[in-house]
Design a protein around this ligand. Structure first.
Ligand SMILES: NC(=O)c1ccc[n+]([C@@H]2O[C@H](COP(=O)([O-])OP(=O)(O)OC[C@H]3O[C@@H](n4cnc5c(N)ncnc54)[C@H](O)[C@@H]3O)[C@@H](O)[C@H]2O)c1
Length: 308
């Protein structure tokens, strides 16, 4: 029987559906033990991971029988995709399966931060009753700038338009006619920085996008925007982000992803309850509903792939 290794959390129903046809080794904490992982990956034809398992060349060299990598999520930066394509290992992300969760998260953050809800909340629970001192704004009529107009960027644009926002996007790989059909104008990065009231990042992490948002970008932002990052931490320079907030170049930020995860103390100790910000632990794509979709999508793909 063909063997499959699952190294991080997967919905039990989906694990069970794979177990009906293949020999499954499921250990959601295996990613923490590289030695055991190296020994087990050598035995299998497929491995299923989230984002904590580092499928680097050293580990893949041990995986002499491997033909399929299933990723319970979208970003592939924890997988050496060059090694996989050179060695005939098919990599299957769960494209689009958690996009609705991320898009809802972005809108939730945009609305909360435009309304200064983190500051209202901490003022109220500390007995200050900040009824007149905290300003609140609407998303309607504001300009939302999307860096990256792929699956998630498009879903965010649709939701934001329902609130009456004007959506612009920077994505040199998308045709302007395709964006226009969705009521979105493509701009340059500089235009997006200068025109947006809210900027949300939906890019993959690559050599080109690493550190893409830095002090020079914040200095180009004319409307003291809200910044939202649910893509990958290293796309924003975190020190520059804190500096931009302290210097009022931006008026709030939401981060779901960080340069280093779990987020390091050096960063979170700078965050206080008087700041208009929301920090979450890389969970924007993780909902009860998306877990089911992502797991079953990958289960179906691995069953089909190994059956062929
Ligand atoms: N926080 C989470 O839980 C979570 C969940 C899902 C996805 N993500 C992240 O969100 C990112 C976006 O997801 P997606 O499904 O929309 O991906 P996608 O591939 O559909 O879209 C990415 C877009 O970025 C564009 N792009 C690539 N390089 C660019 C560059 N240098 N400049 C401008 N545009 C560029 C591409 O043309 C594409 O349209 C993923 O890469 C992943 O890292 C995070």
């Amino acid at each position: 029987m063909k063997k499959i290794l699952i190294t991080e959390f997967m919905e039990q129903d989906s694990v069970d559906s794979i177990s009906e046809v293949f020999d499954v080794m499921y250990d959601p904490s295996l990613h923490e033990n590289v030695e055991r992982l190296s020994a087990q990956i050598a035995l299998v034809e497929a491995v299923i991971v989230r984002n904590k398992t580092q499928l680097n060349e050293a580990l893949l060299l041990k995986a002499s029988n491997l033909r399929f990598v299933g990723r319970l999520g979208v970003g592939l930066d924890n997988i050496d995709t060059n090694y996989c394509s050179n060695n005939n290992i098919f990599v299957q992300p769960a494209t689009g399966m958690n996009a609705d969760s991320v898009a809802e998260y972005v809108i939730a953050c945009a609305l909360s931060l435009l309304k200064n809800i983190p500051i209202s909340h901490s003022g109220t629970v500390s007995g200050q009753w900040p009824r007149t001192s905290v300003e609140s704004r609407e998303l309607g009529g504001k300009t939302l700038g999307l860096l990256g107009f792929g699956v998630i960027g498009k879903k965010v644009s649709r939701l934001a338009q329902v609130f009456g926002a004007n959506v612009i996007a920077y994505d040199p790989f998308v045709k302007s006619s395709d964006a226009e059909n969705l009521g979105v104008s493509l701009t340059t990065q500089e235009e997006l920085f200068s025109l947006s009231d809210v900027i949300s990042i939906h890019l993959p992490l690559t050599d080109e996008t690493r550190d893409l948002m830095n002090l020079s970008s914040f200095n180009k932002m004319k409307k003291n925007p809200i910044i939202i990052n649910s893509s990958r931490g290293s796309i924003i320079n975190e020190n520059d982000l804190l500096r931009a907030y302290k210097e009022s170049l931006i008026s709030g930020f939401a981060l779901d992803v960080y340069n280093s995860e779990p987020v390091i103390e050096e960063f979170y100790k700078e965050i206080t309850s008087s700041m208009n910000c929301i920090l979450t632990p890389h969970t924007s794509g993780v909902t009860v509903e998306s877990n089911v979709r992502v797991s079953q999508f990958i289960a179906d793909k691995v069953i089909k792939f190994l059956a062929d």
